[in-house]
Ligand binder design. Sequence first.
Ligand SMILES: [Fe+2]
Length: 233
Amino acid sequence: MEITREKVFTDLVCVTNLGQISPEEELKFAETLGKVQKPENERQLELHKQFKGELPGIVHVTEGGLFGHKKVLDWHANKPSDPNRCSMVWIYAVKGSEGSITSWIDNKKAYEDLPDEIKAHCHNVEFTCGFKVGGYTDDPTFKEHHNKDNVHKLVYTNEYGQKGLFFPFLQIMEGIPKTLYDYLKAHILQDKYRYDHHWKDGDLVVSEQWLTIHKRHTFEKMNERLMHRIAIW
Ligand SMILES: [Fe+2]
């Protein structure tokens, strides 16, 4: 298998076709990339059962599972306000994925293209994050929060030295001047920074969660579609 931790942190979005593999094999492979997030307390175990994860570490994204709604799941990254957030998200299409599209934005490339004075401005900006209802989802299981203790730098360098914008703009992002926020939002949303993945069953996409954000487009057949999601540190 050609996906490695270094590749994920360098290429930012890694796509391959695994074909049909067992959840045990899937988890074993995911564990070669880093530590897999597993339910650690009673509440997380409860969520695990509720989301019908078949093996601890694998969460089901489907109707009745995590983000099972048909409506768009707009631009986001994994848990921006959590100081212990995972750096990678694994999504494997088990079944019913045909016709479903997920897009990623490369905020390394978008950063590199910025004029020098904007880059310099970005380097001085820090912010805190939180979740607001109606930002990227109105899923009622997600509660509003704002973690003012976890301060992020807008220009982030990941563990393999890739530098770009950490900019999950549909979250609460307190600390970024409005004019800069509006400028960056319009800049990163240009088509040239976006990759659209048209899913086929057996596909795997592993994405770095600092320098990319992603969006699942509206999909009517969420009841037939099953994705496995694994969060990896
Ligand atoms: Fe996501």
